[in-house]
Each structure stands twice: as structure tokens, then as C-alpha cells.
Design a protein around this ligand. Structure first.
Ligand code: SF4
Length: 149
């Protein structure tokens, strides 16, 4: 059975920054018959609800920076991802929530240090860990539109 790692908010978990979910019934229907393994690095690391963060291109590379405190929140997200992929070494497909600085695959916003928008096609920090491991990774909206043709 195909093993799919998927953003837990898409499964209906109340783990978004604002205490809601992104439950996507069409996506869940399209994934019937596959083993779904949910993840949420931000809920694990920071709890729900929580302040938002954005990707920022800095001299240290692309970092996740708190919009409330300016703190670099990258490490807890990356540590969660490393642990997740260690526990689940046989993932066939990664489906990330579009536009998330953690889970977006090719859809996150990335800013410079003066908060000027550099890109709307950046990769979130957890999705990047999937890509580094050679796991096929796709944004949820892209997955659905590919199915619909
Ligand atoms: S997009 Fe990722 S980090 Fe954000 S709520 Fe969903 S699973 Fe959690």
C-alpha cells in the first residue's frame, strides 16, 4: 500500500496557527486506499494556536522567522522533520499544505530581511527535508488538480 505523509491539517486536525483545520474532503476522497501518516511540526513545536511565521532569506540561508518576536524558529521544525522521517523511512509520497512555511512544497512565500517578497514558490522547511531524502513531494492543490486532469 502506498504510504503518504500528509499535513495533518488537511486530514482535519485542529492544528493551524489560528486553531482551525484545513480539512479537504476532495483530497481525502482521492487518497482513499492509501496509508496516510499525518504530521504537524508547528503544533508539535509551538502548540495551537500560535503566532505565525514566514520564510526569510538570510545570510544563514532560508529560515523560519516568527512574525511576533522575530525569533528564528527553524530548528524545532527541522528537528521534528528529521525525527519524523527517521521514524517513517518508507514514505512514498509527501503531500504538503500549500503556502505553509513548514509544509508548502513549491508555494510558500519567502521574504528578504526587510520583509520584501522574494518568491511565492519557496519550499517550507519540513517539505525541504522530504525533498532532501528524495521523497516525491507535492502541494495538496497540485496533487488534486493533477488527478482532475
Ligand atoms: S500546514 Fe503544516 S505546520 Fe501548518 S497546520 Fe498544517 S500540518 Fe501544521
Amino acid at each position: 500500500m502506498e504510504r503518504v505523509a500528509i499535513s495533518a491539517c488537511l486530514l482535519g486536525e485542529i492544528c493551524r496557527y489560528d486553531g482551525t483545520s484545513n480539512k479537504n474532503e476532495a483530497l481525502l476522497h482521492a487518497l482513499e486506499g492509501k496509508e496516510l501518516i499525518g504530521f504537524c511540526p508547528e503544533d508539535f513545536a509551538f502548540g495551537t494556536p500560535r503566532p505565525t511565521m514566514d520564510l526569510v532569506q538570510s545570510s544563514a540561508g532560508v529560515r523560519a522567522i516568527s512574525n511576533k518576536t522575530g525569533e528564528d524558529l527553524s530548528y524545532p521544525v527541522i528537528a521534528y522533520a528529521e525525527d519524523f522521517f527517521k521514524k517513517h523511512p518508507d514514505i512514498d509520497l509527501f503531500i504538503g499544505k500549500d503556502r505553509s512555511p513548514s509544509c508548502g512544497v513549491c508555494s510558500a512565500k519567502c521574504y528578504d530581511e526587510k520583509k520584501m517578497l522574494l518568491s511565492t514558490g519557496a519550499t517550507g522547511l519540513m517539505a525541504l527535508e522530504a525533498k532532501k531524502r528524495g521523497i516525491k513531494a507535492v502541494d495538496a492543490e497540485v496533487y488534486l488538480s493533477n488527478i482532475k486532469g
